[in-house]
Design a protein around this ligand. Structure first.
Ligand SMILES: Cc1cc2nc3c(=O)[nH]c(=O)nc-3n(C[C@H](O)[C@H](O)[C@H](O)COP(=O)(O)OP(=O)(O)OC[C@H]3O[C@@H](n4cnc5c(N)ncnc54)[C@H](O)[C@@H]3O)c2cc1C
Length: 504
């Protein structure tokens, strides 16, 4: 049956649901189609394995925008916990505090290596690579070759699967300021510099839903439905037909019963990946836009969630305990794992309570970055579980094989939009095409815009798109939403400085 509604939103992730609630606050009828049959929240969902809860990537709720923080408070109120941010770096068997502490670094990498790091920093300062074209050039120029090799190269290559000399320098320029790792290291090694320089964006605490990030988006959807909005699960959209005579969109897909559905709307907000949106358009997109969509690349992500005994605090990382930080970065080149989460440190409610007298347990997230179709992605679950077990033991995080109690595999496609040499041109071709040929079609969110958005920025793009629709004109340029924007407060936006920080 053909139904009519004013706005259809593709995707029930942070961007789509924030846009939907903003529209329904203004009594605009809205329908959200979500591909997943079970979970809302997109990448920011909570996956349930019985009473154990997995957060894909570990989602800190932190924003510089008051409006976004207020949005979260409105949805979850007291269900949002205030958490300290704590993480450490594992490199060649040593755990380094993050931010680094000077004497710990000196002790662990040795005075000789520290001296070489400072010497190579000084060299890069006086003889920089010009022009700095690649990520490697950019980082080496700022921090020196040795610090680059110890604290940037391995982890960055694990995350992106591309050698650092093939990642573009402008991407580094957008990111490293925010990541501040190099500044932290440099400050640690050269403490006399620290007094004048604050580690800029090391957020010391963040909020977190008691039951993981998905709790936010499930509650948001409930509010939306109470206000009259519609959320349809298990319904991937695969065709969008624009009728210029009626100025209406017909949105088509297959529902959870395998039947085709059609829905009409004046506006569509798409948070589905651009590479899927463009070939779904009718009238068909131009060859240029189709080729651009095909050229966009993504990095995929596997989490192996593991139940282990929680043996308590382990101050130096060498005792019998499980680390108590939120996560560890694994810079060690000897293992494939990139990061390990301890979900219980995010919220005690991520693991079930044990009966009195029973040993405590926690839930670890062993994270691997990969490309869909590569060996890791294609490995059967039992091989991935065996790999996680081997690497938890190899890194010393688990001391005994019998501590590996139970494990579950979670695959996340398109976790990261890749910023390679061609992505900008591709995104521009697509933006031009949509603006010129498809009125009422709006893109928002992370993969929806192929933009490295954290969820607050993804939400902001959704909310501002909704506000543009409400206003009947483009008051807000959502492409300029960025890390420093207090965007919701100032139409026209004064931001436009740099892209959001990464969560890696
Ligand atoms: C490892 C990792 C760690 C992260 N950590 C943080 C963090 O600490 N803090 C933070 O703020 N952000 C973090 N992020 C970023 C955050 O996950 C994203 O910014 C956010 O989820 C983007 O929201 P979105 O709605 O744009 O997209 P998504 O979350 O991708 O949601 C899109 C939704 O659209 C649905 N969909 C796709 N195609 C279709 C279709 N054809 N039809 C219908 N539905 C469709 C998907 O199923 C999904 O539910 C992290 C991301 C990763 C990968």
């Amino acid at each position: 049956m053909m139904q009519n509604t004013s706005v259809v939103i593709i995707g029930g992730g942070p961007a789509g649901l924030s846009a939907a609630l903003t529209l329904s606050d203004e009594k605009i009828p809205v329908t959200v189609f979500e591909a997943d049959p079970v979970y809302l929240g997109g990448i920011s969902r909570t996956v349930r394995h019985g009473d154990y809860l997995t957060d894909i990537g570990g989602h800190r709720f932190f924003s510089k925008s008051r409006d976004i923080e207020d949005f979260w408070s409105r949805i979850l109120g007291d269900d949002l916990l205030e958490r300290p941010r704590s993480s450490r770096i594992l490199y060649r068997g040593n755990l380094f505090s993050y931010p680094l502490r000077a004497f710990e670094v000196l002790r662990k990498i040795g005075y000789g290596e520290s001296f070489l790091c400072i010497a190579s920093y000084v060299k890069s300062h006086f003889i920089p690579v010009r022009p700095a074209k690649t990520f490697e050039d950019w980082v080496v120029n700022r921090f020196g070759k040795r610090l680059f090799q110890i604290f940037f190269k391995t982890y960055t290559e694990k995350v992106w699967g591309i050698p650092c000399d093939r990642i573009s320098a402008d991407w580094a320029a957008q990111r490293i300021n925010s990541l501040s790792l190099g500044v932290a290291i440099l400050n640690a090694l050269t403490p006399w510099r620290t007094r004048s320089r604050r580690v800029k964006t090391l957020v010391e605490s963040f909020r977190y839903p008691r039951k993981g990030p998905g709790m936010m988006w499930e509650s948001c959807a409930k509010k939306l439905m109470t206000a009259g909005g519609n959320v349809v699960m298990g319904s991937p959209v695969d065709r969008l037909v624009w009728d210029k005579n009626t100025s209406q969109w017909t949105i088509e897909g297959t529902n959870s019963h395998g039947a085709r559905f059609k829905h009409q709307a004046r506006h569509v907000i798409s948070t589905m990946p651009l590479c899927d949106l463009i070939p779904a358009l009718d009238p068909p997109a131009s060859e240029i836009a189709l080729a651009a969509a095909k050229g966009l690349r993504y990095r995929d992500f596997i989490t192996i969630s593991v139940v282990v005994p929680d043996l308590g605090k382990d101050d130096d990382g060498t005792g019998g305990g499980i680390f108590q930080e939120n996560w560890l970065y694994i810079h060690d080149p000897a293992v494939k794992v990139g990061r390990i989460q301890n979900y219980r440190s995010w919220s005690p409610e991520m693991v079930p309570a044990v009966s009195p007298g029973q040993p405590e347990r926690t839930f670890l997230g062993v994270e691997y970055f990969c490309f869909k179709g590569d060996g890791l992605w294609e490995s059967p679950d039992h091989e991935l579980i065996a790999l996680a077990k081997k690497e938890l033991l190899a890194t010393g995080i688990l001391k005994k094989p019998e501590h590996f109690l139970e494990a579950f595999v979670n695959r996340q496609e398109k976790a990261y939009p890749v910023y390679d040499e061609t992505y900008k041109d591709h995104v521009w071709s697509i933006r031009d095409e949509i603006a010129a040929r498809y009125p009422g079609l709006h893109v928002s969110g992370r993969n929806g815009m192929h933009k490295y958005n954290n969820q607050d920025h993804a939400m902001m793009t959704g909310i501002l798109t909704a506000k543009n629709i409400i206003a009947g004109q483009n008051l807000w340029d959502i492409w300029r939403v960025n890390q420093d924007a207090e965007y919701l407060e100032s139409p026209g936006g004064k931001g436009g400085l740099i892209d959001p920080p990464v969560e890696t």
